[in-house]
Design a protein around this ligand. Structure first.
Ligand code: ZN
Length: 165
């Protein structure tokens, strides 16, 4: 029955994927793990990948290149900012290249990379680590099913282990 299903809005897709950059560096892969399970058409995955998957069936494979504009954006020079030393706990050992998880005063999560330690502050880069990168996805569809009512109300897929919220 399910072999006639194809990827369309409101389908729950189990996707095997490998993500590499232009230089061949592998960033992420579902190899040896469970596939990524998501709800098509609800912005759960990056737009440049999602739009290329429509119409694929179970067992179909594809290579998709996603430009920064449809991936994690271009590198924004204004996203590199000097932050006062006193923002950080005094015992924190900051080093260039370190990634930090922070929060805005409103409590929104924020990630940054330490660029440089200066006398007057810490230079932080708030760009997404994959900003400016063309993303090369190799994907294959492991499974497909229509979403449940509950999944459609929530706007995301519920995996085999529940959805944890
Ligand atoms: Zn849910």
């Amino acid at each position: 029955m399910s072999e006639n299903l194809t990827i369309a809005d409101n389908m729950v897709v189990s996707l095997d994927y490998t993500l590499t950059l232009d230089d061949g560096t592998e960033i992420d892969s579902s190899r040896g793990q469970e596939p990524l399970v998501y709800l098509q058409g609800h912005g759960q995955i990056i737009p440049g990948l999602e739009k290329e998957l429509y119409g694929m069936g179970i067992g179909d494979g594809k290579q998709v290149a996603v430009t920064p504009a449809e991936g994690y954006g271009d590198v924004d020079p204004n996203a590199v900012q000097l932050v006062d030393h006193d923002v950080f706990p005094p015992d924190m050992q900051l080093q260039p290249g370190m990634r930090l998880r922070m929060a805005t005063p409103e409590g929104h999560p924020l990630e940054a990379a330490v660029v440089e330690l200066k006398d007057d502050g810490v230079l932080l880069d708030f760009n997404h680590p994959l900003a400016g990168e063309t993303l090369h996805f190799e994907v294959s569809v492991a499974d497909l099913r229509p979403a449940t009512e509950e999944e459609l109300q929530h706007g995301h897929a519920h995996g085999p282990h529940g959805h944890g919220h």
